[in-house]
Design a protein around this ligand. Sequence first.
Ligand code: FAD
Length: 398
Amino acid sequence: MLKIDCDKCIVCGICESTCPFGAITIQDDCPVVNDTCTLCGACVEACDVEALSIEVAEKKVQKDIDDWSGIMVCGEFRHGVIAPVTYELLGIGRKLADAREVELSVVLLGNDITEYSESLIHSGADKVYLVEHPDLAQFKEDTYGYILEKVIRDTKPEIALAGATAIGRSVIPFVATLVGAGLTADCTQLAIRESDGMLLQTRPAFGGNIMATIECPRTRPQMATVRPNVMACLPPDTARTGVIERIDIDSALLESRVEVLETVQGGEESVNIQEVETLVAGGRGLESEKGFTLIKELAGELNGAVAASRAAVDSGWIPYPHQVGQTGKTVCPKLYIACGISGAVQHAAGMQSSEVIVAINRDGSAPIFDLATYGIVGDLYEVIPALINRIREVKSDS
Ligand SMILES: Cc1cc2nc3c(=O)[nH]c(=O)nc-3n(C[C@H](O)[C@H](O)[C@H](O)COP(=O)(O)OP(=O)(O)OC[C@H]3O[C@@H](n4cnc5c(N)ncnc54)[C@H](O)[C@@H]3O)c2cc1C
């Protein structure tokens, strides 16, 4: 917190005028700070008489830190299937567990989910904690959050991983708060530091221009979310064996303040671009909403879906669920065709691990060509119709 020493203060007013947030006002011969203060320290630096200082709370280390062991994946089950990110987390979780020589577990909540347990073991888990109940058929933040808290407190994993999906993003920060742990969101790399076994959580920072590696040394579990399509799954090994443990939940934990009235399956607008093999993406180079008619035509010929850069989404040409990139979705299709997209780092962050990238851009020096497997320098309004015609010719010949 910001500490003010009124005895030292000479009421010069520099702190008031320096504060970028207007958080300081001079009242009764001494500065007063309000709750918009961000502790940026600008006033402390500006004060010539050292009347201001930032007091850092003593950081407490959790007492039972050594009792926490093992890696836990918070699995996700929705619309009758295990979300692919669960298998991806088991892939990276297996590597971390092997590096720490500990057990890899997964906790799965839902109704009628027993039959899916084996697939989790085949994908790397040593143990599956099943929390199965008809009241868990629908995702609800409060019940899911309190149950995950209970499972984590009872089983004490040193690391807990979850998907940065709509469900993960809504419930995992709640769980981290309940258990009093730190949380690193949207990690793109996870590794164990050999010297002390600390989880190194790497994620883009400052608009994607640098990668920050974060550690949580004082609390357990170390919690991280990872976006879908960032980590690789292990090839399923049907010979793997593991333990399935059912967890019975007190009925009080199933009480929810949330009532799900209806679940609506999205239409074409909300095709999950993270789950298709071919994406044709349009950017500002389309110049107008109409350009997406051409993009849709090409996507249709290739049985693919339509994606977009943020510039296209911000222009209102296509809804947000189609956005790829740092503030959109991370995709990893077999084929990604970028049309009129420059390849800014924030866009690249969401598509650079696509298997084959084709870039169509009239500027031969656009950064997208550094990522592209194949590049076509030209006007997309000439190149795309020519491509569509050629695809149709090939189809009619076969
Ligand atoms: C914090 C932050 C988060 C962000 N998150 C995202 C994100 O999630 N996703 C994202 O995409 N961006 C994101 N951005 C924005 C990003 O920095 C870029 O501004 C954006 O990606 C640019 O989109 P674009 O490539 O479509 O447009 P531009 O950069 O304007 O590129 C348009 C391209 O089209 C080409 N072109 C023009 N006309 C034609 C034509 N007729 N034929 C062929 N080529 C043509 C041009 O040569 C140019 O290369 C973010 C930015 C910030 C600061």
